[in-house]
Write a protein that binds this ligand. Structure first.
Ligand SMILES: [Zn+2]
Length: 508
């Protein structure tokens, strides 16, 4: 009996030694692959400039790189114009091929009359006819996105105008099917090695109460905080009790839930941010924000709230601080709700200098933003050094969208503050913003980041991990996402180490 027990103990000991050895071996090879990948990546960025052929090799590596999450992402801006043209077809719509002001027709606009009720003349083209007309098709893609904006001479609106106009062109087709659109984005995410998407798909509903709204809309810009607080609280109290508002919020939540039903799998997770547009009248913004918070409160699917639209708009600039107070009040009512805010998507010349002084600071200090979208004007803020220190200490993460910033604001290369955030140890992520409009993808954003700013491999990896660490997904799910990212990096580094071996051979 004793002998058997000894034999069992010996076998167990040998087995555990074997397990430990196998684990050590795995760790050794993972460590080796990591070191080789790091060296290989460094060799590519050392010579990686846009005129260097190794940019393509860096692109190859960036395509393979696990990207974690894309957490600054607009659903309608993420889909490509070609998809919207397919949806014009599926809905039986047509697109005007000429301007005709007398008949309220504008070239490139979609006529979304119900099937059979649309124009019968030849000036509104079906999708097939557009695809067959090479010239018009190319022009359409250029108006429905930023395609070919900068590479040839043509009639140019201001770039930010061009960018925001695209949404007006394709939006009549965009309502075709959120389920289909999300499937397209999921497939793209998988191809791009993105495991987590936090997208803004549908703005939160806004319920009007004319008497209470008038009180908010009449607030002077310099209104005392307590007066603002009272006006907002009365409206929020009304919305708390209003059956219509509560029904609309419930409908909003179930619409998003139905779009996302069944989309998550072992390699892909989708979550939403609710949001409002910042260029609407104050009471409308507030009622929408109330719904956005109420919908996100206690929700596993709607993980945060945002505010969108051109920040340099007249209303957005005028009401910026009022919006921050709205966020502040609602954050107190719903402390569990996470906030990411487009803030500081501005640059000198776009607005008067005083407009650049405090948007990021107020988003952080008054609204309580945990993440900042863009944060481009940070170096123009009052006491920017102290603001950066505060962001670093509070772990406020910045969502860096390089293509979008280059196009809309003209801020790129060495003028982009990503290096400032890096030096001041403010965490940031790389994101796409509107990949369809920008004709980009997340791999291209990482290529810009790596080739222009030459972060070390460890920094690059840190930035990828940030996209999960600062995601608004709940903590238990975040842990699983981080473990998945660990596994993906082990696989990536094994493949990259092999690539490094292959690339050591001479080209000919
Ligand atoms: Zn955005």
């Amino acid at each position: 009996m004793k002998k058997i027990a000894h034999a069992i103990i010996l076998a167990m000991a040998l087995f555990s030694v074997a397990v430990v050895e196998a684990k050590d071996l795995r760790n050794d090879s993972a460590q080796h692959n990591y070191q080789v990948t790091k060296k290989f990546y460094q060799s590519l960025i050392d010579s990686g400039n846009p005129n260097n052929p190794q940019l393509a090799e860096l692109n190859l590596l960036m395509t393979m790189l696990p990207k974690g999450g894309d957490i600054h992402h607009h659903y309608t801006g993420a889909l490509y114009a070609e998809t919207y043209l397919d949806w014009v077809d599926k809905q039986g719509f047509c697109v005007y091929r000429v301007d005709d002001p007398a008949r309220h027709r504008e070239k490139y606009r979609i006529d979304s009359s119900p099937q059979g009720a649309g124009p019968t003349d030849n000036d509104c083209l079906k999708a097939d006819a557009i695809r067959q007309d090479t010239g018009f098709y190319r022009e359409l893609l250029m108006r429905w996105s930023d395609k070919d904006f900068a590479n040839h001479s043509h009639e140019q609106p201001a770039p930010d105008q061009q960018f925001f106009d695209t949404f007006g062109f394709f939006s009549p087709a965009a309502g075709y099917s959120a389920v289909a659109g999300l499937q397209i984005l999921k497939q793209q995410a998988k191809a791009d090695k993105v495991q987590y998407l936090e997208t803004m798909l549908k703005s939160a509903p806004s319920v009007d109460n004319p008497a209470l709204a008038a009180r908010i809309d009449a607030l002077p810009p310099d209104a005392d905080a307590s007066v603002v607080g009272q006006a907002l609280t009365s409206y929020a109290d009304f919305l708390d009790r209003d059956a219509d508002a509560q029904q609309k919020i419930a409908d909003y939540k179930s619409a998003l839930a139905s779009y996302a039903a069944g989309i998550d799998d072992a390699d892909f997770t989708l979550r939403f941010q609710s949001y409002v547009s910042r260029n609407n009248p104050p009471a409308q913004v507030f009622a929408g924000l109330y719904s956005a918070f109420a919908a996100a409160h206690g929700s596993k699917l709607i993980v945060g709230v945002n505010i969108v639209g051109p920040e340099n708009g007249v209303v957005a600039m005028r009401d910026y601080n009022l919006h921050m107070q709205m966020f502040h009040l609602l954050k107190q009512r719903y402390p569990d709700v996470h906030l990411s805010m487009h803030a500081g998507e501005l640059t000198l010349g776009m607005v008067p200098p005083e407009g650049l002084r405090d948007h990021i600071r107020n988003a952080v200090e008054i609204a309580g933003a945990e993440r900042i979208g863009h944060g481009i004007d940070v170096t123009y803020e009052s006491n920017p050094d102290r603001l950066l220190e505060e962001m670093q200490q509070r772990h406020v993460a910045v969502e860096i969208c390089l293509s979008s910033n280059a196009f809309i604001l003209g801020v790129e290369q060495k003028a982009h503050p990503v290096t400032v955030y890096l030096r001041h140890k403010v965490p940031f992520v790389i994101a796409t913003d509107d990949a369809g409009v920008s004709r980009s993808n997340i791999g291209a954003e990482y290529l810009l980041f790596a080739s222009r700013y030459k972060p070390s491999y460890d920094v690059l990896k840190q930035v990828v991990y940030n996209s999960i660490r600062y995601a608004f997904i709940d903590p238990a799910e975040k842990k699983l996402q981080l473990q998945q990212l660990d596994r993906r990096f082990i696989q990536f580094e094994a493949a990259a180490a092999k690539l490094a071996d292959d690339s050591a051979r001479p080209l000919r």
